[in-house]
Write a protein that binds this ligand. Structure first.
Ligand SMILES: Nc1nc2c(c(=O)[nH]1)N[C@H]1C(S)=C(S)[C@@H](COP(=O)(O)O)O[C@H]1N2
Ligand SMILES: [Mo]
Length: 305
């Protein structure tokens, strides 16, 4: 690993003040669910897995982003991601799978049950938001490609295309952006691949056409614009751990009792609160403790940073 300068994560103090639910788009999402025949099925979104917390506005979610491929500023992704070509898009699935191959986006997701889920999202920089994703469970995709018995981890990579991703012309990170999950984390029903937001296709700044969402982990685990999914028998390398292993581990579970070496993780600043937004306490596993604590039984949670 080559040495790099400290790209200190900065918390931006400018928060868009508008915070309203875009009702028209929410309705569009509901109509989509109806059309797809999902209403009434046991996995119906917004009942079983969704938080009742009020979603942030589409504007908040799409104008305050981390996507270093487009630059380190919070408004860089919204400014530059428009130039990214997402059609066609292919995803290489390899490693310990029954059906390896390079799949077109549409083929890969064909037949997977899509739904809307409203999840809390907590960035390691201590801001947070509530997001109405649409997508499917990663477990369904993994079942579709067939996980072989030796697989223990899933590794993900983001596209490398410096001609369309200006941040990749600099050594901000060791491209491609990489992430990974233990297989049982990947198979957990809360773990999603999002392909939409507010009932519409995922905006490019949020990781179009497909990105990971793991709501009990810090936001950097939710890798965007995925082009490779590998099933492996070893713990994969992950971008922020490679960048700064003292500050970022593999697990990165949200834990208010384990501070970042440079700031407290005990509380967070919800986006959309305006200039004088109040901090609120951060919850263990970002509020998903009941659902996921069992994954880490017998492990020292203080070490799962
Ligand atoms: N490829 C890639 N994925 C990424 C990032 C990135 O820089 N590149 N940033 C991560 C971080 S730190 C966060 S907080 C979330 C932000 O997601 P959002 O912009 O959709 O809110 O994306 C994550 N996924
Ligand atoms: Mo983040």
């Amino acid at each position: 690993m080559r040495p790099r300068f400290d790209t200190e994560l900065k918390e931006c103090d400018v928060t868009p003040e508008a915070d309203f639910i875009n009702r028209r788009r929410l309705m569009a999402g509901a109509a989509g669910l109806l059309a797809s025949g999902l209403i009434g099925t046991p996995l119906l979104a917004r009942s079983r897995y969704s938080t009742t917390a009020k979603p942030n506005s589409l504007k908040d979610i799409t104008t305050y982003n981390n996507f270093y491929e487009f630059g380190t500023g919070k408004s860089d992704p919204a400014r530059y991601a428009g130039a990214l070509t997402i059609k066609p898009w292919s995803i290489k699935v390899d490693g310990l799978v029954d059906k390896p191959g390079t799949y077109g986006f549409e083929d890969l997701i064909a037949g997977l049950p899509t739904e809307e889920r409203i999840y809390r999202f907590r960035c390691v920089e201590a801001w947070s938001m509530v997001v109405p994703w649409t997508g499917f469970q990663l477990s369904d995709l993994l079942k579709k490609v067939g996980v072989q018995s030796g697989a223990r981890f899933v590794a993900f990579e983001t596209l490398v295309r410096p001609s369309e991703m200006p941040g990749q012309n600099r050594a901000l990170l060791d491209w491609p952006y990489r992430e990974g999950l233990r297989l049982d984390e990947a198979m957990h029903p809360l773990t999603m691949i999002a392909t939409g937001l507010y009932g519409k296709p995922l905006p490019k700044q949020n990781g179009a056409p497909l990105r990971l969402v793991v709501p009990w982990k810090y936001g950097f685990k939710s890798i965007k614009s995925i082009v490779r999914i590998s099933l492996t028998d070893r713990m994969p390398q992950t971008t922020w751990n490679m960048q700064n292993p003292r500050e970022y581990g593999f697990y990165s579970n949200v834990n208010p009792t384990v501070d970042h070496p440079r700031w407290s993780q005990a509380s967070e600043r919800p986006l959309g609160g305006g200039l004088f937004s109040k901090r609120v306490p951060t919850r263990m596993f970002n509020g998903y403790e009941k659902e996921v604590a069992g994954l880490y039984k017998g492990m020292n949670l203080k070490k799962l940073f």
